[in-house]
Write a protein that binds this ligand. Structure first.
Ligand SMILES: [Zn+2]
Length: 726
């Protein structure tokens, strides 16, 4: 049970059928309240007479003499308790006896009578006072509860525990005298300790429950939700622990949403760190709050670009760029405050470079992106495209975590934006409104790029939190001045979103998506796939993988040195041979291209790298100023140099005792000069494998001291370092 809400009469109740009660429960109430229940017609003349006599004798009303049926009538019709209403109560009781069987009357009675503290019915009373269902009550507990309806506030267990206990002793003695229990049972029951649960209202997954309650109609009695409570509680602990670590950086709150990709059902919804915190207004729901998305909308910009002719290998400029907005021009900066020259689209997205994203949007137009984001369900982007300008792709608008997770789930599941559900049946009616966001092929390309550890490495390294031991697409985001940071991502099974920030909007201290939300996202993904790794992303028809030059993204030519494989839509396979790398004849006297008629002894064959003129300022600033990069042709120098870039000499690694061993992997990285296309890795002088570009190799950590060496051949070694693992 996540949450129980009060009825219109400010009560809580849960209905249990009469045959689901253990038989002793109705028996006890009959003995206590109405011993001739089974034979009377609704009123008990004998009891009434006795009550009347007692009233006359004492000259005041001391005893009601009400039967179970009369008490039920009083509860149902909400009658005031006074002598004037007694005849009406009796009349209604007789009518109830005509309509209902004795069992039905008992069922209504046991489910409707008040037990105090807003609990109506024995089932809810058992939950309220003992935190268990009525079927699990012991005899002493049952006797304790059975005594309460006579005077619920007089015997209130929380306010007057002693009185309630005395009342229980009376009930037990009565049960003994009427033969329901024997003396042995009586003695044991009288000695048993009564342990009341703490007075508390059920309040689990509070933000999720509140959202569900806002969605349902009033007459739904019980809602079976899709929330996975053990998972929710496990992740609540992760959130709390992670925020403790972030306390020195002024990060006080977080929100998490986890959705099952197959059904769109919500499994985990954490709106804030602590719902009851007043200092950090915990009732604010971080899942539904509007916040700036940082870079988390970039995949949608690139999705549009792929749809309109760009490919993952298209070269985009990451060079100084000014973009126009309504407020004037702004210079686009990258997170690392440098420019990276010509970059492939795959790298630009995976490394989250800002300039290429802005340049791509410039060619598409921000109204096109805004239109697509509306289709993806981002309702908070309610201003015209001109308001956001090109900064829309950098997160100038406001979005909800809920909307991000819904839109990313569409990428994970082939491109259809579908409603997120709180139960297996909710929101089915909207299914005809499912909107296609991108084609399955475009989604596949985005999935492949967002889960590519090698593409992410130039900006985030191989050891970052997003590198999970199974296929997982993820994107981080950090809003202006570190106010919000995000990690949204998915495997083929689940989509998860994490936000970290402050509800008062105050900035964190240099907490990025990688240090703030990223580690929490990682932990959540590991928990979600504890038992089973997710399947690889679904690969639709219509995609082709082919070899490209890793610098130009075109078909490799004879002068290209670094090659790799890339995915393309079948209609967009590159047709041109690399235009960047060429063999040319160089006049060795002048370092200029050879002219016709140059004396042949001065002409040497050279490889050159030739970029379009717009890159010249960047090439100059980055000391790649030569229009041609000339490789020496002397045979000694072609060997080039090889160095282990990671790990470093003397590094120490600790094996995580919890994580499965196959996940404890070191990514060995190499610095390789041009001209070398294969490297060989050795651990403790035995060959563990060889790689071509990007020259990184995985090695599963093993305890002990190890030598790692790297070589251009499979025998000798060019660089070696020592590490320790314990
Ligand atoms: Zn090339």
């Amino acid at each position: 049970m996540l949450r129980q809400t009060l009825s219109s009469q400010q009560g809580r109740a849960a209905w249990v059928k009469i045959d689901e009660f253990s038989p002793i429960i109705p028996q006890i109430f009959i003995v206590l309240e109405d011993k001739r229940f089974c034979s009377h017609c609704g009123i008990d003349q004998l009891a009434l007479l006795r009550a009347a006599w007692s009233n006359v004798k004492n000259r005041r009303i001391v005893s009601g003499g009400s039967t179970i049926t009369q008490q039920l009538a009083e509860t149902i019709y909400d009658l005031p308790q006074n002598a004037l209403c007694k005849p009406l109560e009796a009349l209604l009781a007789i009518r109830l006896e005509n309509w209902l069987s004795k069992d039905e009357i008992l069922e209504h009675y046991l489910n409707r009578i008040p037990f105090g503290n807003q609990a109506f019915g024995i089932e809810t009373a058992a939950q309220t006072y003992f935190d268990k269902p009525a079927s699990h009550l012991s005899l002493p507990e049952l006797a304790y509860l059975a005594g309460l309806p006579r005077a619920p506030s007089l015997y209130d267990p929380f306010r007057h525990p002693q009185r309630a206990l005395e009342r229980q002793n009376q009930v037990l003695n009565r049960l003994y005298r009427t033969g329901i229990i024997d003396s042995m049972q009586l003695q044991t029951a009288l000695q048993a300790r009564i342990e009341l649960s703490k007075p508390q209202r059920l309040f689990r997954a509070p933000h999720f429950s509140r959202w569900v309650l806002s969605k349902i109609t009033i007459d739904e009695r019980e809602i079976l939700t899709s929330l996975d409570l053990p998972l929710q509680q496990q992740i609540e602990i992760l959130v709390d622990d992670h925020l403790k670590n972030l306390e020195p950086y002024h990060a006080t709150n977080a929100a998490v949403l986890v959705v099952d990709n197959r059904t769109g059902e919500i499994r985990v919804w954490i709106g804030s760190r602590d719902f009851f915190s007043e200092q950090q207004p915990g009732q604010v729901d971080g899942v539904l709050a509007l916040r700036q998305p940082g870079s988390t909308l970039k995949p949608f910009t690139y999705g549009l670009a792929l749809e309109r002719g760009l490919t993952p290998s298209s070269i985009l400029p990451d060079i100084e760029t000014h973009a126009a907005t309504t407020g004037g021009d702004f210079t686009v900066h990258n997170y690392d405050e440098t420019y990276h020259g010509p970059v492939r689209l795959r790298t630009a997205l995976a490394c989250s470079y800002n300039v290429p994203a802005v340049r791509v949007l410039e060619s598409l137009g921000s109204d096109l992106l805004l239109d697509r984001l509306h289709r993806a369900g981002f309702a908070g982007l309610d201003k015209p495209a001109s308001h956001y300008g090109l900064a829309l792709t950098l997160g100038s608008g406001e979005v909800r975590l809920f909307e991000l997770v819904r839109a990313y789930r569409a990428l994970a599941t082939g491109g259809l934006v579908q409603p997120l559900r709180y139960s297996a049946t909710s929101d089915k009616s909207d299914e005809q409104d499912n909107k296609p966001l991108f084609s399955p092929q475009v989604c596949f390309l985005l999935n492949d790029m967002l889960s590519d550890a090698a593409a992410r490495a130039p900006a985030f390294g191989y050891q970052g939190p997003l590198n999970l031991p199974f296929p997982c697409a993820a994107k981080t985001g950090t809003s202006k001045d570190y106010r919000d940071n995000w990690t949204i991502g998915y495997t083929s099974d689940y989509t998860a979103g994490v936000w970290v920030g402050n509800f008062d909007g105050s900035p964190m201290q240099r907490v990025s998506g990688i240090s703030g939300a990223g580690p929490l996202f990682r932990q959540i993904m590991l928990v979600l796939h504890q038992k089973k790794d997710p399947a690889p992303f679904n690969q639709p028809a219509g995609l082709i993988r082919c070899k490209i030059c890793s610098q130009s993204g075109e078909i490799p030519g004879p002068a290209c040195e670094q090659k790799m494989e890339e995915w393309f839509l079948a209609s967009q396979v590159p047709q041109d041979t690399c235009s960047v790398h060429r063999w040319v004849d160089i006049d060795s006297r002048t370092d200029l291209p050879a002219k016709a008629g140059t004396l042949p002894q001065f002409v040497v064959k050279q490889k050159i790298e030739l970029w379009p003129p717009e890159y010249t300022p960047w090439l100059v600033a980055n000391q790649r100023s030569l229009p041609f990069r000339v490789n020496s042709l002397s045979p000694q120098a072609t060997t080039g140099s090889l160095r282990i870039a990671f790990p470093d000499e003397g590094d120490i690694f600790k094996i995580d005792p919890i994580l499965r061993p196959e996940y404890q992997i070191l990514h060995l990285e190499a610095n390789v000069s041009e001209g070398i296309d294969t490297v060989y890795w050795f651990v403790d002088d035995s060959l563990i494998g060889w790689n071509t570009h990007p020259f990184s190799r995985q090695w599963t950590l093993q305890p002990g001291e190890h030598t790692i060496s790297l070589s251009e051949k499979d025998s000798s070694s060019a660089d070696r370092i020592r590490i320790q693992v314990y």
